[in-house]
Design a binder for this molecule. Structure first.
Ligand code: CO8
Length: 270
């Protein structure tokens, strides 16, 4: 039985991290399951957007945790080399999420602590429920954030705020996460998944090759100097003119017949 459920509907895949016995904490097995789920996503050319979320808790079946961190029990007896290997295992998978060709929306439905906050930060877009709680509690456990937290938090919320959160190991609630730009929006718990689905459907309705090119241009450009970054954009922009989607999208706009002009373009992913 996998700890990561994959549910594909239309062009959207929902990946649910489900380890109810431990508030969806990431042990090695769950990381392997996540990697296998990403294999499934990459093998399916119909998937145009992914939603990542957490499953319900064992006690009352309520959604109280997205991911409560890396598994503390598993980490407690690691040697230096094993700690480094565990960090690399998480980092490789989170980097895979970050560079997955299609956008990933993280729907954070409760605790996003340690590795939970870190996996959320490897996604393209984060939205959360109003009961979400974010933090990097690692220094209280005698370790550093080891799944990318020291790097991505500073890039997302700025160096000063990231250092404050990491050094003090203080958690922040959903409204503060929104205020500092860690999440794009906050919803009542029952509205979170519908909002994620709505956003995913909007993304999936656009030209998929263009959307993937935008993700690549933004990600690769952020790692480059501006002179190189705009060249990255130019190349990807140019590549769109070899696609049927570009011809369909622009042809639709230029259509004189108002009936046809309003028709949704059936993008072909070609
Ligand atoms: N690891 C393992 N088990 C966990 C974890 C976790 N991170 N979080 C919760 N659990 C388990 C509990 O042990 C408990 O199990 P049981 O029922 O068998 O006793 C069950 O989940 C429910 O948890 P609680 O009873 O504690 O639930 P509460 O509602 O009382 O509290 C909290 C919820 C506040 C989330 C609390 O569980 C908690 O503080 N959890 C730990 C949060 C944390 O510190 N996370 C960060 C971990 S460190 C990390 O993520 C590092 C990432 C980088 C790794 C780099 C590797 C080198």
């Amino acid at each position: 039985m996998s700890n990561v459920l994959v549910n594909v509907e239309g062009n959207v895949a929902v990946l649910t991290i489900s380890r109810p016995a431990a508030l969806n904490a990431l042990n090695s097995e769950t990381l392997d399951d996540l990697n296998a789920a990403l294999d499934q996503v990459e093998a399916n050319a119909d998937i145009r957007c992914v939603i990542l979320t957490g499953g319900p808790d064992k006690k009352d079946n309520a959604f109280k945790s997205f991911v409560a961190g890396a598994d503390i029990g598993e980490m407690s007896s690691l040697s230096k080399a094993e700690g480094e290997a565990f960090g690399k295992k998480g980092n490789d998978i989170f980097r895979r999420i970050e560079t997955l060709p299609v956008p990933v929306i993280c729907a954070i439905n409760g605790f996003a602590l340690g590795g939970g906050c870190e996996i959320a930060m490897s996604c393209d877009i984060r939205i959360c429920s109003d009961n979400a709680l974010f933090g990097q509690p690692e220094v209280g456990l005698g370790i550093t954030p080891g799944f990318g937290g020291t790097q991505r938090l500073a890039r997302i919320v700025g160096v000063g705020k990231a250092k404050e959160m990491i050094y003090t190991a203080s958690n922040i609630k959903a409204d503060e996460a929104y205020r500092i730009g860690l999440v794009n929006a906050v919803y009542a718990p029952e509205e979170l998944m519908p909002a994620a689905q709505k956003m995913a459907a909007k993304i999936a309705a656009n030209a998929p090759i263009a959307v993937r090119a935008c993700k690549k241009a933004i990600n690769d450009g952020l790692d480059a100097a501006m002179d190189d970054a705009i060249v990255i954009e130019e190349k990807l922009f140019g590549s769109c003119f070899e696609t049927e989607d570009q011809r369909a999208g622009m042809g639709n706009f230029l259509e004189k017949d108002p009936e046809k002009k309003l028709k949704v373009v059936p993008f072909q992913n070609k």
